[in-house]
Design a protein around this ligand. Structure first.
Ligand code: CMP
Length: 200
């Protein structure tokens, strides 16, 4: 694609390409941004102007509406991926990205760097790199706060009946799922696992 306002020559005619972006304002509908724009090609010697209209539809994940989660190695090892994904679904969380992978020790250290120095840090890193996990970006209104309430307290013993951590977790460390603690960390953690080509 040519850069904006580029002048170029084709069949002995000089063209100036002007891209008029967002000439019709983008519309946000259920997270879908619809932009209609046009590219204008002007030939310098004939006052020839022609417009090529384009419609660009892009799904925009709005800040504050995503959270990051992992189904942890304990839950994966016990075969709880399916039931936990079903729970996400029932809770109204839409999966925008998902990956079945295993963290190396270095990756687990980096992911939980904020807890470095705490007494449980080494155990947490060892546990989180001990087996495969499922990483997901989930979307819902007020995702971070509502998801934390939805999965239950960090300690499964204190989580409400029927919550994911109560049903599938067994200790503070082996608490089945991770959930971002604020919008800023939801973005940082999502970027840790997913490129923009892996989000839908
Ligand atoms: P998570 O939501 O993944 O975020 C940080 C994790 O650290 C947390 O879940 C727990 O698994 C773990 N964690 C927090 N506090 C303790 C603790 N006191 N002892 C062991 N692990 C902990």
């Amino acid at each position: 694609m040519w850069p904006r306002n580029q002048v170029f020559q084709k069949r002995n005619r000089i063209f100036r390409k002007v891209q008029i972006d967002y000439c019709l304002t983008g519309l946000l509908l259920n997270g879908y941004k619809i932009t209609i724009y046009t590219e204008m090609y002007i030939t310098s010697n004939e006052f020839d102007i022609f417009l090529l209209p384009f419609v660009h539809i892009k799904h925009t994940i709005m800040a504050g509406n995503i959270t990051f989660t992992m189904i942890k190695p304990d839950a994966v090892a016990q075969g709880f991926i399916g039931p936990i994904l079903t729970k996400f679904n029932e809770g109204g969380y839409i999966v925008r990205a998902m990956k079945y992978t295993r963290l190396s020790q270095l990756q687990a250290e980096a992911f939980y760097a904020v807890h470095q120095g705490k007494p449980f840090f080494e155990g947490l890193v060892g546990f989180m790199s001990s087996g495969p996990i499922v990483a997901c970006i989930l979307e819902k209104e007020n995702a971070v706060e509502s998801f934390r309430e939805f999965i239950g307290a960090t300690d499964p013993a204190k989580a409400p009946e029927g919550s994911i951590r109560k049903l599938y977790g067994s200790s503070i460390q082996k608490n089945a799922v991770h959930g971002s603690d604020c919008d800023e960390n939801a973005v940082i953690e999502s970027n840790f696992f997913f490129s923009r080509f892996e989000r839908f």
